[in-house]
Design a protein around this ligand. Structure first.
Ligand code: FES
Length: 139
């Protein structure tokens, strides 16, 4: 299996790793097929993601996509972060082998789940899907 240099780089030096004790919200998702789990923590001020971190128990591609996804949403508004697709994460990583695309879906969905947690805690209506649009073609 061929991984891009970017994937290898984020896998060996992942950004924003670890639990965030003072997080405003967090979301956990799992992939039923491989059993991998990803958790995203958010610190939010005025609807802007001022800090984000992740904990991933999973394959190298899941760790690289978590790392890249956190980099892509840091400093963005919650709305902007919801626009992040697994495809954009894969592109930023200069591609993933086809059998590893489902790993990037985990990152998109963990972010959605963390934002949903934030909305819930703040009494806001969750007006976006929790599942990635790609989910359907995957099965
Ligand atoms: Fe499970 Fe990659 S194999 S997330």
């Amino acid at each position: 299996m061929q991984y891009s240099d970017k994937v290898m780089e984020h896998f060996t030096h992942p950004r924003n790793v670890g639990e965030m004790p003072d997080a405003d919200a967090s979301g956990t998702v799992g992939n039923a097929k491989c059993g991998d789990i990803m958790q995203i923590f958010l610190k939010v001020e005025n609807d802007v993601i001022v800090d984000v971190s992740f904990k991933t128990f999973g394959c190298g591609a899941a760790i690289a996509t978590s790392s890249m996804a956190t980099e892509l949403i840091k400093g963005k508004t919650l709305k902007e972060a919801l626009q992040l697709t697994n495809r954009a994460v894969v592109e930023a990583l200069e591609g993933l082998p086809p059998v590893k695309i489902h790993c990037s879906v985990l990152a998109e969905e963990a972010i959605r789940s963390a934002i949903a947690d934030y909305y819930r805690k703040n009494g806001r209506e969750i007006d976006f899907p929790l599942e990635s649009a790609l989910h359907e073609d995957e099965h």
